[in-house]
Design a protein around this ligand. Structure first.
Ligand SMILES: *[C@@H]1O[C@H](CO)[C@@H](O)[C@H](O)[C@H]1NC(C)=O
Ligand SMILES: *[C@@H]1O[C@H](CO)[C@@H](O)[C@H](O)[C@H]1NC(C)=O
Ligand SMILES: *[C@@H]1O[C@H](CO)[C@@H](O)[C@H](O)[C@H]1NC(C)=O
Ligand SMILES: *[C@@H]1O[C@H](CO)[C@@H](O)[C@H](O)[C@H]1NC(C)=O
Ligand SMILES: *[C@@H]1O[C@H](CO)[C@@H](O)[C@H](O)[C@H]1NC(C)=O
Length: 488
């Protein structure tokens, strides 16, 4: 099937289906369409033996009220589109395309033998702050709207749901809004029929956090949440506890400082109990407020150490996850660094203490000021290439795009866009989005490229318009990964 798919994919010029997990890449479903399921909730379903990914279906026209899409998978990397699990209804007070339908989560109730979807239900000005509830007899839906209610008489914003694997009990997680009277995050138990909230089990007081999720190990609970910076990423924090009702620890930061959690926001976590080990996945969003409907996904394994009471996210460009054994393996790539690249026009190598070669490629602009990496070994098949970059647009002017979040009153420019050309073929320009980073912080972002077999490939990077100018981000290195093994 994979070979057949690969042939079809090349005929139809759609990307081959992926089995690697590549955070921040363009992820396609088995039909070759970009996966559109933001603010995800993933449910493993015993009946079908599959993972089901629910998320916000975002379009340019309806960025918040597009309904809930569903995809299913056996391996967490090959996803089949299952349509809209919850469709917007014209004129409906809670699920019209003018409403906000965010962060859907689904759980199964053995009591009633049906599936329950819960989400943050709101109007376009976030004045309702409710929790929506819909039900279906099959996990894929379609789900029927039941109601939208104020949880325990209070407000509810970003919604999360957690099911304790030891006793099957489910909990609603929600921030209760931005008002001075809110700014708490609640853990509230849900009844066994999954039809209503029972009681607040814990309240995280006045931390003013959002996008909550809980992951459970054999011994403890870890709650991840983000700060409130809109669609801009920040340092996600975690709290630890032995029991859901607390006491919970102080929050601590889970990813290297100033990476803004590798440019992502928390929202969900997934426990994958395998035959050899249990893996815990961070399921984050890389929001792009310029084109919110094509925001990306950042999924990374979490390293949890019970003795140290630590939870850490480390970056991996490409990794292979085996959901049967629970094991995951980072894939090794070949690195090509800035020091060996060729510059054209006004692009140049500038001393940079933090860069791999002590120099970074800068001044990349438009078609003429470009840089070229040479002597790149390719396989003749689509393979992932990660571009390690620095984008310090946050050094710009406060009152215009390019302004800074590190400056009082600053605006900020979300991203630069580079052009990527393989072997000089300008008829096939790839676009590389490079989100802003802190000064001196190098992050990576991937593209799937087809290089020729052999060692004579070149990759040339220039700048495309991001609506502001034609600058490409500074480059430190690129890493070329092998294509996925056939017949896996
Ligand atoms: C498959 O892709 C085509 C082309 O993008 C699209 O028109 C069609 O709706 C998709 N079908 C499914 C089932 O996703
Ligand atoms: C839960 O579902 C069962 C089976 O449908 C029903 O008998 C019971 O009344 C329900 N309980 C609540 C609290 O809704
Ligand atoms: C949203 O609901 C709030 C509270 O009812 C209301 O004040 C506000 O006008 C509503 N916004 C829209 C766009 O209907
Ligand atoms: C609503 O939440 C606020 C802040 O957490 C709390 O002070 C208040 O008691 C809650 N109201 C109800 C009705 O639970
Ligand atoms: C780069 O070349 C393309 C195609 O010729 C052109 O449309 C674009 O305007 C050029 N960009 C700049 C900054 O000159």
């Amino acid at each position: 099937m994979r070979v057949l798919h690969a042939i079809l994919a090349s005929l139809l010029a759609i990307p081959a289906e992926s089995t690697y997990i590549v955070p921040g890449g363009r992820w396609y479903d088995t039909n070759g369409t970009l996966i559109n399921a933001h603010g995800a909730g993933i449910t493993f379903d015993q009946k079908t033996g599959r993972f089901w990914w629910f998320g916000e279906y975002k379009t340019e026209e309806h960025p918040e009220g597009g309904g809930v899409s569903v995809y299913s998978s056996e391996d967490l990397s090959t996803w089949t589109w299952g349509g809209l699990a919850l469709s917007p209804i014209d004129g409906h007070p809670y699920i019209s395309s003018k409403n906000v339908i965010q962060r859907p989560k689904v759980a199964y109730s053995p009591e009633t033998n049906d599936y329950h979807m819960w989400w943050h239900a709101d109007n376009s000005t976030y004045g309702l702050l409710l929790q929506g509830h819909a039900v279906s007899s099959t996990i894929g839906g379609p789900y029927s709207f039941v109601d939208a209610t104020a949880p325990l008489g209070n407000w509810s914003q970003d919604f999360g749901m957690f099911t304790d694997y030891k006793d099957g009990k489910s909990y609603a997680l929600y921030s209760n809004g931005d008002s001075l009277y809110g700014r708490d995050v609640y853990v509230s138990s849900i009844n066994d029929n999954l039809t209503a909230l029972e009681r607040a089990v814990y309240r995280f007081p006045k931390f003013d956090l959002e996008a909550p999720s809980i992951v459970q190990t054999d011994k403890s609970y870890w709650a991840l949440m983000s700060h409130k910076t809109g669609y801009r990423p920040n340092n996600v924090v975690a709290f630890r506890a032995d029991s859901l009702s607390g006491p919970w620890s102080q929050p601590f930061i889970v990813a290297p400082l100033n990476t803004r959690t590798f440019n992502s926001q928390s929202g969900f976590t997934l426990r994958i109990p395998g035959t050899k080990k249990t893996t815990y996945l961070y399921i984050g969003d890389q929001w792009d407020s310029n084109t919110i409907w094509e925001s990306r996904y950042i999924w990374l394994p979490m390293e949890i150490d019970e003795k140290q009471k630590s939870l850490d996210l480390a970056w991996h460009d490409v990794y292979d996850l085996d959901v049967k054994t629970g094991e995951w393996t980072p894939i090794k790539g070949t690195t090509y660094t800035a020091g060996n690249a060729r510059t054209h026009g006004d692009a140049y190598k500038q001393e940079a203490k933090f860069a791999t070669d002590g120099v970074i490629l800068t001044g990349i602009y438009g078609n003429d000021s470009t840089v070229t990496f040479e002597g790149i070994e390719g396989s003749g098949e689509p393979q992932w290439v990660s571009f390690y970059y620095q984008n310090i647009d946050d050094m710009g002017f406060g009152d215009q795009p390019g302004g800074t979040p590190d400056r009082i009153g600053g605006a900020w420019q979300l991203r630069r866009i580079s052009s990527v050309v393989v072997n000089g073929d300008t008829s096939n320009v790839q676009t590389l989005y490079q989100r802003d980073t802190h000064k001196g912080i190098i992050l990576s972002t991937p593209l799937q490229l087809t290089l020729k077999k052999g060692k004579k490939n070149t990759i040339t990077v220039g700048g495309l318009s991001n609506g502001f100018d034609y600058k490409g981000a500074d480059l430190d290195r690129i890493v070329v990964y092998p294509p996925e093994a056939k017949g896996k």
